[in-house]
Design a binder for this molecule. Structure first.
Ligand code: NAG
Ligand code: NAG
Ligand code: NAG
Ligand code: NAG
Ligand code: NAG
Ligand code: NAG
Ligand code: NAG
Ligand code: NAG
Ligand code: NAG
Ligand code: NAG
Ligand code: NAG
Length: 870
């Protein structure tokens, strides 16, 4: 910052006898004079010398030939007084402000825009309030402590600290903070110590703690508001050494912390934690001091090394010494594990005798467990095969919950079982064959595949495994809830069995060498008329489309026609091209959207499968696809038919649909072809994701999937899809395409237009970023209100996060929604994208062009990024 003053003061000092070291800025002089008056008891030395830089506690230094106050240090001097307010922007060279351990009171002086400030210690005073935006523009701040200002008015976590990217130590303990922690911790990549203890903060730990390098996490609490939710995020915080979370309302399990190899102190006492203590915690050799006391922990007493200080009281461990629990207790705890160790069960499922006060359990007089009644308890999760160890069981009621997955085969081996009620759940897969004496009730599980139906298909050989007789990879899919349709369509196309199988192998990540059973497809379909999907004949389709009269458009794999059902309902019929190898698209669409149900995903209503005629029947979307509302074919002017509030709603809707696909129970669906052409709009402009021809289903715990060849549409494909150097293909690849999609919504032009030369045109994201930096947002259509302007800004910032080159730096869709719906100010500023314009298509694109519905030449892109966001 150039300062004219420095010159004039220098000239002045040449003529006068003033010492040069006194030549700090006039605002600094004014402030220090006011400060001198404000402090009691008065600092006599400050009245004895006119050279402020020689005052006790003040140091000055030269920067750019000007003299500045570098440090104000009045710590531990038993001072009191109300500090003058206008510290902000006077002290452009101030590095250190240390006023701690005094009795200063009144409002804190604002620290806004003190760009050199590195360390601020204001703790152990008596300040009463904090001005708005007090911490804005502190670009070099590393340490900030305000702790133990017990008379502060309540305030919320200062979001303006996101300007302080170098923050390493933040201590706001006992400062009357309220509300929840904003999810902004990716803004502090070098944060090492965070102390927010003894405030009135609540809510969950922010997900941006994930992979942070915090070492000391101090959030313990003695007050009424408390943090809640799980502590799972700790498992990714591998630099942790000290974790103090005691006295909150954390629930769920103690996560595996085996990556936290530096963890020494772990204080989790006085929370609501349930479940068994993971062996990996006992194995952590760095541990010195652990307290798990006063939770609802269960199972065997954990045993730690001798050198570790341990507190474990007030839990429900089965024994007061190490060693395994009773066999039936172990079994029931595994049952509880299947439900995620709910608090409801943890409260009474304690100790080593399940006939002694365990709720929902009834024993006979000989101490044999006869009844487990878990009816209508809102349980989620799966039915554990450990029920099979309760061999005395007569009655098992699991009805009216939200249980998923398979009914374990082993339940059919329980020798004394009389009643098994699993009705009204979300169970799926094949039902085990029970002995006729068992009353088995399973109504209200739409995904269950009943034995009598299976038996009509040839080739199912029953095995005695605890899951199912289906091939293991298929059983995995079944557990994910999309299974039934897969089985069905496997069967449908089983007359081309070999090809079908290889296709499925490509689509699924579970590659097993099992061969498929030889199903009789038609017979199976006949026995399954109750399916929600209707089967159409080709002639029926011809009739309802009025002989394919009105075409709605051409997708990647076929032409879409408008049709009217007998009841007058409009539908869209996609007739798939007959070319070779297109079976994949058919199966893909059916297994993916066939089992989804979400307002932002197009509904599949039926299908046609007849020799080589295949078609899919969808709900009709009167307003067509989104691209028509962004740009016109062959025109460079934007279409502005929709106002920004509608476009914003559409953006959030698409994000929700995609989040749903990514957030399945055990499986994720990757769309892999997100673009405006594949977003359909209903009569109220509610967006629906369509065209699942390239989709993939993968297990949720697999972060990366393998795909054969590059796929997608140019301009929207994430870099990792065509080049390994950018990482593996994952749900983050969809996030990238989503980013490009919404960037188009903002920009109103194609992000890559084959008609334009890419040497003269500025790369699209770069263009957006440039205008963002200049402060003017180059939106396609002008906003009419401040709210609309904010919406555009939010969409732009989020899109730039989504198109980060490194998939890890892109947010999850959940995070995207949170950013879109949250405050503009809480979205961190995305790193700048940089452009690479390769002369040639990257290798692998030859394939890709063949697959893509709209193959152009490409600008590939990369963004350079040193930030990260989850
Ligand atoms: C706080 O200040 C008092 C004197 O005012 C001093 O005796 C005490 O040691 C200081 N405490 C700390 C922690 O610096
Ligand atoms: C803090 O301020 C309150 C009221 O303003 C006063 O009663 C109290 O004594 C002060 N405490 C200290 C340590 O200065
Ligand atoms: C916190 O803030 C509230 C509301 O401003 C106030 O009533 C209370 O006294 C403050 N201090 C503490 C310690 O709660
Ligand atoms: C600033 O914070 C860092 C990280 O917690 C710490 O190591 C350092 O000692 C702090 N500086 C001062 C002056 O306390
Ligand atoms: C523990 O969780 C239960 C159920 O959510 C709740 O009622 C209870 O208040 C919680 N207890 C604590 C100490 O957080
Ligand atoms: C814990 O350590 C034991 C012995 O060192 C080892 O056998 C076991 O696999 C470890 N368990 C976990 C979960 O790390
Ligand atoms: C363990 O940590 C707690 C909380 O920090 C402390 O009170 C206790 O003295 C520590 N125990 C040992 C043996 O270090
Ligand atoms: C199971 O428990 C529920 C709730 O306590 C009760 O309403 C129901 O009658 C019980 N069922 C049987 C068969 O005992
Ligand atoms: C399932 O739930 C429905 C509606 O809540 C109820 O009417 C029905 O009786 C339940 N079925 C069984 C078998 O419990
Ligand atoms: C959207 O669809 C509705 C219902 O069909 C129709 O009335 C409206 O004109 C359409 N809007 C546009 C802009 O096409
Ligand atoms: C990113 O980090 C690298 C190495 O730390 C540095 O060379 C580069 O200039 C940084 N880029 C940006 C955009 O900050």
């Amino acid at each position: 910052m150039a300062r004219l003053r420095s010159q004039s003061i220098a000239t002045l000092s040449f003529f006068s006898f003033l010492v040069l070291s006194n030549a700090i800025g006039t605002e600094e002089i004014t402030y220090l004079l006011k400060l001198r008056e404000a402090i009691t008891p008065p600092l006599s030395q400050w009245f004895q010398t006119r050279d402020m830089c020689a005052w006790n506690g003040i140091t000055c230094a030269y920067y750019d030939d000007s003299l500045y106050v570098q440090s104000i240090d009045l710590s531990s001097m038993s001072l009191t007084g109300v500090l003058p307010p206008d510290l902000s922007s006077c002290f452009q060279g101030l590095h250190f402000l240390r006023l701690q351990n005094n009795s200063f009171h009144g409002p804190l002086p604002s620290l806004r825009y003190l760009p050199e400030l590195q360390e601020v210690y204001l703790d152990h005073n008596n300040f009463t309030s904090i001005p708005d935006n007090c911490f804005q523009g502190l670009f070099n701040l590393k340490n900030l402590s305000l702790s133990y200002n017990l008379n502060l008015q309540q305030w919320t976590f200062p979001i303006s600290l996101t300007n302080s990217l170098k923050l390493t130590d933040l201590d706001l303990a006992a400062t009357n903070l309220t509300g929840s922690l904003p999810d902004i911790f990716t803004s502090f990549p070098t944060l090492r110590r965070l102390d927010l203890s003894n405030n009135k903060l609540g809510g969950p730990l922010p997900s941006s703690f994930e992979f942070s390098e915090i070492q000391n996490l101090i959030l313990h609490n003695q007050l009424s508001n408390k943090f809640s939710g799980t502590i799972n995020v700790l498992s990714s915080m591998t630099e942790l050494t000290e974790v103090l979370l005691q006295g909150n309302s954390f629930n769920g399990l103690i996560p595996d912390l085996y990556n936290c190899i530096k963890l020494q102190v772990l204080m989790l006492q006085d929370n609501n934690l349930t479940g068994t203590v993971p062996q990996s915690l006992m194995n952590l050799s760095s541990l010195e001091n652990v307290s798990l006391a006063n939770n609802w922990l269960q199972g065997p007493l954990p045993v730690f090394g001798e050198q570790v200080a341990v507190a474990l009281g007030g839990n429900g461990f089965c024994l007061d010494h190490g060693g395994p629990c009773d066999k039936a207790v172990t079994a029931l705890l595994e049952v509880a594990a299947g439900f995620g160790y709910p608090y409801l069960l943890a409260r009474s499922w304690q100790g080593n005798n399940l006939c002694d006060g365990w709720r929902f359990i009834l024993c006979d007089e000989l101490g044999r467990i006869r009844t487990v009644n878990l009816s209508k308890l809102k349980l989620t999760g799966v039915i554990s095969p450990a029920f099979g160890d309760l061999t005395d069981l007569w009655y098992l009621y699991l009805d009216g919950n939200d249980l998923r997955g398979l009914i374990p085969q082993i339940l059919s081996n329980l020798p004394h079982l009389k009643v098994l009620d699993v009705s009204n759940n979300s169970l799926s897969g094949k039902v085990p064959r029970f002995s006729p004496v068992v009353l088995f009730i399973a109504k209200g599980n739409s995904l269950l595949l009943h034995d009598d139906l299976i038996s009509q298909t040839k080739g199912t050989t029953s095995t005695s495994t605890s899951t199912s007789s289906l091939p293991p990879w298929l059983a995995g899919v079944l557990a994910g809830g999309v299974g039934l349709t897969i089985v069905m369509y496997l069967m449908i196309i089983a007359n081309n069995r070999k090809r079908c199988f290889s296709l499925l192998q490509k689509m699924m990540i579970w590659k097993k060498t099992t061969t498929l059973p030889d199903y009789n497809v038609e017979e199976f379909i006949k026995s399954y008329q109750s399916m929600t999907l209707k089967r159409y004949s080709y002639s029926e389709l011809k009739k309802i489309t009025n002989s394919f009269h009105e075409s709605l458009g051409q997708g990647g794999y076929g032409i879409v026609y408008k049709a009217s059902l007998v009841d007058g309902r409009k539908v869209a019929v996609k007739i798939l091209k007959e070319s070779k190898g297109r079976g994949e698209e058919f199966v893909n669409e059916v297994i993916t959207i066939g089992r989804t149900s979400h307002v932002n995903i197009v509904s599949l209503l039926g299908f046609c499968y007849e020799m080589n005629k295949r078609a899919l029947v969808y709900e009709f979307m009167p307003n067509g696809s989104l691209d028509k509302f962004i740009y016109k074919k062959g025109s460079s002017t934007a279409v502005c038919d929709l106002d920004w509030s509608t476009l914003y709603r559409i953006t959030i809707g698409i994000a929700r649909g995609l989040e749903y696909l990514h957030q399945g129970c055990n499986t994720r669906i990757l769309h892999l072809d997100m673009k405006p052409q594949n977003i359909l709009l209903d009569e109220n402009f509610v967006p629906k994701i369509a065209d699942f021809g390239l989709a993939k289903i993968c297990k949720k715990d697999k972060s990366v999937v393998s795909i054969s060849g590059a796929r997608g549409t140019l301009g929207f494909i994430a870099p990792e899809v065509f080049s390994r150097t950018y990482g593996g293909v994952s749900h983050k690849s969809d996030v990238y395409s989503f980013g490009m999609l919404i960037l188009e919504v903002v920009g109103g032009r194609k992000n890559y237009d084959s008609g334009r030369s890419h040497t003269s045109e500025m790369y699209f994201p770069d263009w957006i970023y440039k205008s963002l930096e200049k402060g003017n947002i180059l939106a396609r259509c002008l906003p009419s209100t401040k709210e609309e302007n904010d919406m555009i800004m939010k969409i732009t910032l989020v899109s730039l996060w989504c198109i980060q080159t490194n998939p890890k730096n892109r947010p999850s869709m959940t995070k995207v929604i949170e950013m879109l719906e949250g405050l503009l100010e809480s979205i961190p500023y995305p790193p700048k994208p940089v452009l690479h314009s390769p002369e040639r298509l990257p290798t692998g694109f030859e394939d890709f062009e063949d697959l893509s519905s709209s193959a152009h030449e490409s600008n590939s892109l990369a963004t350079e990024n040193n930030g990260s966001i989850k």
